[in-house]
Design a protein around this ligand. Structure first.
Ligand code: UDP
Length: 323
C-alpha cells in the first residue's frame, strides 16, 4: 500500500490488519506519520516514483494487490503549484503502475476524487459524467485514472478507482485520524477552531448559488471510506470487473451547516469570517451512490454529520493532549 502513513491510508491499514492481511506500507513520510502505521504492518520509507523499489517490494513480499493512496491532496495548493501536483500525483502514479504491471500485480485500488467532475450540472453526479476538473489536483487524478485504465487493459490486473467525496472524521476507536497540523480541510479546521487551536474559521465564498450561499459538499466518514476499500479488495479477489465508483453518501451539507454541527456537537463556539471564493472550488458536489452500493454491496455505517464531527473532535483532543 502506498500512503499508508497518511490520513485515509492509515484507516485502511488498520482495517486490513484487523482482517489479518499482510500489509506493506510504502510512504515517503512527506505528509504522513510513522506513528499512524500500526506495528503489525511493515513500513518502508520510500517514494512511489522509485520503480526499482516498488518492483523489489512486490517480489520480496509477494504482493498481489496495490492500494495507492500516496498523493498531494490540497486543492488550493495545486492551483498555486500545479507542476508539483502533476509530478507527485500523476508522474509518480505512472511509475508505480508501470512497475506494478511488470511485476505481475493482480489488483489495484486507486484513490481518486470527486474533483475530477469539477462542477457538474447534473447532481447527484453519476460516474459516467464527463470529467471537467476545476483544479490541477482534479486533473492530476483524472489523468491518473486514464493511465490506470489503459495499463490495466493491456495487462491482466483489474482495478477499482474510488472517487472520494469529502472525507472527514476519525477512527471511532481513536487509533488514527487526520494528524496534519496546518489543516486546510473544513471539518478539521472547524474542529481546531472550536478547540481554540486556531483563532477562528474563514468561510470561502458566501455568494454561491446554494441555499445559504456557501459551498455544499458530500461529507463521508473515513471509516465508511475505509470499508469501501476492503469491499473493493474482496470484489477484485472474487474476480469482479474493474470499476470506477463514487464514494459519498448522496447528500450534502453547506459550510455553514458544518460550522453549526461543530458548535452543536462540541457545545462550544468560535468566530467565523466571510471571505471571497477560493480558486478551484465548485459550488456543490454530491455523489450518486448507486454504483458502489451495487458493485461492492457497500452499506455505510456512519452516515451522520454529528457522528463525523464527534469522531473528528475526539481525535483532535487526543492530538492536543499529546502536545
Ligand atoms: N472551506 C472553508 N473554510 C476553510 C476550509 C474549507 O470555507 O477553512 C470550504 C471550502 O471553500 C469548500 C469546503 O469548505 O467549499 C470544503 O473544502 P475542503 O478544503 O474541506 O475540501 P475540498 O472540497 O476542497 O476537497
Amino acid at each position: 500500500m502506498t500512503g499508508g502513513a497518511g490520513y485515509i491510508g492509515s484507516h485502511v491499514v488498520h482495517g486490513l490488519v484487523d482482517r489479518g492481511e499482510h500489509v506493506v506500507v510504502l510512504d515517503n513520510l512527506a505528509t504522513g506519520f510513522r506513528a499512524a502505521v500500526p506495528g503489525a504492518a511493515h513500513l518502508v520509507v520510500g517514494d512511489v516514483g522509485d520503480g526499482d523499489l516498488v518492483g523489489t517490494l512486490i517480489a520480496e513480499h509477494r504482493i498481489d494487490t496495490i492500494m495507492h493512496f500516496a498523493a498531494s491532496t490540497v486543492v488550493p495548493e495545486s492551483v498555486a503549484h500545479p507542476a508539483a501536483y502533476y509530478l507527485n500525483n500523476t508522474a509518480g502514479s505512472l511509475v508505480l503502475f508501470d512497475a506494478a504491471a511488470r511485476a505481475g500485480i493482480r489488483h489495484v485500488v486507486f484513490s481518486s476524487t470527486a474533483a475530477v467532475y469539477g462542477s457538474p450540472a447534473r447532481q447527484p453526479v453519476v460516474e459516467s459524467e464527463p470529467p471537467a476538473p476545476l483544479s490541477p489536483y482534479g486533473t492530476s487524478k483524472w489523468v491518473t485514472e486514464m493511465m490506470l485504465r489503459d495499463i490495466a487493459a493491456a495487462t491482466p490486473f483489474t482495478f477499482v478507482a474510488l472517487r472520494y467525496f469529502n472525507v472527514a472524521g476519525a477512527d471511532p476507536g481513536g487509533r488514527t485520524g487526520q494528524s496534519t497540523r496546518a489543516a486546510t480541510h473544513l471539518v478539521k479546521a472547524a474542529v481546531q477552531a472550536v478547540l481554540g487551536i486556531r483563532a477562528g474559521l474563514e468561510i470561502y465564498g458566501t455568494d454561491y448559488p446554494t441555499p445559504d450561499g456557501t459551498c455544499v459538499r458530500d461529507y463521508i466518514h473515513v471509516t465508511d471510506l475505509a470499508a469501501a476499500h476492503l469491499a473493493a479488495l474482496d470484489h477484485l479477489r472474487a474476480g469482479g470487473a474493474s470499476a470506477t465508483l463514487n464514494c459519498g453518501y448522496g447528500h450534502g451539507y453547506s459550510v455553514r451547516q458544518v460550522v453549526d454541527a461543530v458548535k452543536r456537537v462540541s457545545g462550544g463556539d468560535f468566530p467565523t469570517a466571510d471571505r471571497p471564493r477560493r480558486p478551484g472550488d465548485p459550488a456543490s458536489i454530491v455523489a450518486d451512490t448507486r454504483a458502489i452500493r451495487q458493485a461492492l454491496a457497500w452499506v455505510p455505517a456512519h452516515d451522520n454529520l454529528d457522528a463525523i464531527v464527534r469522531d473528528a473532535l475526539a481525535w483532535e483532543r487526543r492530538l492536543a493532549a499529546q502536545g
